[in-house]
Ligand binder design. Structure first.
Ligand code: GLP
Length: 261
């Protein structure tokens, strides 16, 4: 796993956006896996800027979001549909037909989940999957104990996730939907590249366990150690519990040195 440590949140967002921009310039019909939460907001902002100021073209891009709550309508201010519209989709030229977010209103969830997997396969698979991380190490809504081979499915959220996400529901934990649809860990692992983003000390323990701890379903992000192309981009605070910080910094500096030769 490649670990890139940056001093500020803005820098980590810039690096992530540059990886996506470079991939998009090489492959205009890029398939992006997208995440919600506060972590990727800076990345979306940077991509919107590239669209508006540099003419980066998203017209042939296809997107698949990781997850969505079940039990609130798409129009709900805290739905991930609303999040994506506000932070990204309303500001770039990704065609409506190419945007996919798990449907919180599907009548037959099982059929919907199977269809979501088929749609990803039909698009040729995900080229770059953006990931945040929960304080307990979850990715998407793959909570602790999720099968490391899981596919898109309905899940029940843990108390720790309900508490963390209550801040988006005016601090009212009982207002957070307990059920969600998420891409599985097996689905995520099939992405050609994963970008794991984290900032702040609240994520330092989860990052240390995911990057340097044993691979276990109790820390779902730890499976990324088995992914052949995961780039973990974090700030100094999120890196503060890692043992090998100096080594990661040296490795990245050498990579940049080689690139500039
Ligand atoms: C939720 C989302 C995850 C996200 C996590 C962390 O549980 N389903 O995809 O990574 O929250 O969110 P944040 O970036 O706000 O800390």
């Amino acid at each position: 796993m490649e670990i890139i440590i940056q001093s500020t949140y803005k820098q980590l967002a810039t690096i992530a956006s540059e990886i996506i921009r470079d991939a998009l310039l090489k492959k205009p019909d890029l398939v992006l896996g997208l995440a919600t939460g506060s972590t990727p907001i800076g990345l979306y902002k940077a991509l919107v800027r590239m669209y508006k100021e540099d003419g980066l073209d998203f017209s042939s891009v296809t997107t698949f979001n990781l997850d969505e709550y079940v039990g609130i309508p798409c129009e709900h201010p805290q739905s991930y549909h609303t999040f994506m519209a506000n932070h990204f989709f309303d500001h770039v030229n990704i065609s409506m037909k190419n945007r996919h977010i798990p449907q919180n209103t599907a009548e037959n969830h099982e059929a919907f989940c199977a269809a979501y997997e088929e749609a990803i396969a039909r698009a040729g698979g995900i080229d770059i999957q953006v990931l945040g991380i929960g304080t307990d190490g979850h990715i998407g809504f793959n909570e602790v104990g999720s099968s490391l081979a899981s596919r898109t499915r309905i899940v029940t959220l843990t108390e720790s996730t309900l508490v963390a996400n209550a801040s988006h529901f005016e601090g009212d934990m009982s207002a957070v939907p307990e059920i969600a649809i998420t891409m599985g860990i097996g689905t995520i692992m099939e992405a050609k590249q994963c970008l794991l983003l984290a900032n702040g000390t609240s994520k330092s323990e989860a990052i240390a366990k995911a990057v340097e701890g044993p691979i276990t379903s109790m820390v779902p992000a730890s499976i990324l150690q088995m992914h052949p192309n995961t780039v973990t981009i974090i700030d100094e605070s999120a890196a503060s519990d890692l043992k090998e910080v100096e080594y990661y910094k040296r490795s990245y500096a050498n990579k940049l040195k080689l690139q500039s030769q």
